[in-house]
Write a protein that binds this ligand. Sequence first.
Ligand code: GDP
Ligand code: IMO
Ligand code: MG
Length: 427
Amino acid sequence: MPATIVVGTQWGDEGKGRFTDLLAKEMSVVVRYQGGHNAGHTLVVDGQTFALQLVPSGVLYDSITPVIGNGVVVDPRVLIAEIDMLTARGVDTSRLMISGNAHLIMPYHTELDALHERHLGDAKLGTTKRGIGPAYADKAMRVGLRVQDLADPKLFRQKLAVVLSHTNEVLTKVFDRPAVDAEAVAAEYLDECAPRVLPLIGDTVGVLHDALEMGENVLLEGAQATFLDLDHGTYPFVTSSNPVAGGACVGAGIGPRQINRVIGVAKAYVTRVGSGPFPTELFDSTADHLVDVGKEYGVNTRRRRRPGWFDAVMVRHAVRVNSLSEVAITKLDVLDALDAVRVCVAYQVGDQRLVNLPQSRLDTVQPIYVELPGWKTDISGVTKLGELPAAAVEYLDFLEDQIGVPIRLVGVGAAREQYLDRLEEDR
Ligand code: GDP
Ligand code: IMO
Ligand code: MG
């Protein structure tokens, strides 16, 4: 039975968490399939705000099994803190399951992330400094430690010694930093973290397939986004995993034939946090307006997000690489007060007009815009398509026409119920 993927179509923070939470109602399993606590997924339910980093955004429903898949990199200290935070706020996390194959983010990964960034100077990537890149690098180098290694202290120490024999050379000789004390790391991870994390390990692939075989719905929740994808994003200004829909197959343990719905989430404009090209970026008073009204600051890092107009070239590309069946738009309400709104429909490069994303040098393209009238109406209370001002309807119709797949869900506010479904006239 059907699996659905929720994937970001821009540079992250599109509102994947809020729509994952909404869709989770119909699901029996919700799986995070890549990334780590570089993600910040916000849910606003009954006036309470939850900022999730590792725990899947379906956790608020008692009916689902939240799963951290094999493709995720897990800092166990962060995971434990998040579970404690949720428990303290009355959320039942007892069904949370984690793949033993997921890799661990170790303290030296976090340190290396910051050191690499400093080393890059002006060429820095603007990472979240959470150790994501170094953890995936160790995974690719096949010297990473996995969640299941917490169960075998002897093996854990052996593996730690192997990776530190190299990492300590780098820390001391390249970065002039003290060597990592293997025993201190082992003590923290084995004595403090393991007792909390080991009971969560389960057969995540099995749970997913059992649910599918019983005809239940499963949801695969992406973190980051298409243009932060290691392969399909604006390399090198990307994350170190594959947020695209294909990454969901790898990171959860499912084949493409079982996926029948791929929902791309797009903001009604664009934001990006960290370095890298951004064709429709704004620097004027509209930029400040979008940041203020949209509260465009990182959920966890508190960094100001860079804002810009909706870029249909990007989302069209996201439709292709993810085989999106539909797009969900968020934050339409943030555009409420604008006199006019713009959409980038193509790029100008020299005398060429490109409607498809070029393979290289996104920093050299000039956006070609179409301007549409603003609606100058507060739409944050609208839950029916018929109540939406004509100009807002026109904007959505224009976006749909540009991106070539249906736009179904539209967010008009951060709260769970602040959305409309364009397929349901009355909900
Ligand atoms: P994610 O990383 O894709 O899950 O998105 P984030 O949670 O990082 O960022 C999205 C932000 O926008 C959060 O603060 C959400 O509460 C908020 N948000 C989501 N949808 C809407 C919407 O339709 N309108 C408004 N105003 N805020 C929204
Ligand atoms: P969610 O899931 C927005 C960005 C960082 C940086 C680049 C690499 O909330 O949408 P990393 O720490 O991953 O090595 O940083 O990716 N980045 C995000 N931007 N939302 C995210 O997650 C992000 N996760 C990473 O800012 O530019
Ligand atoms: Mg986010």
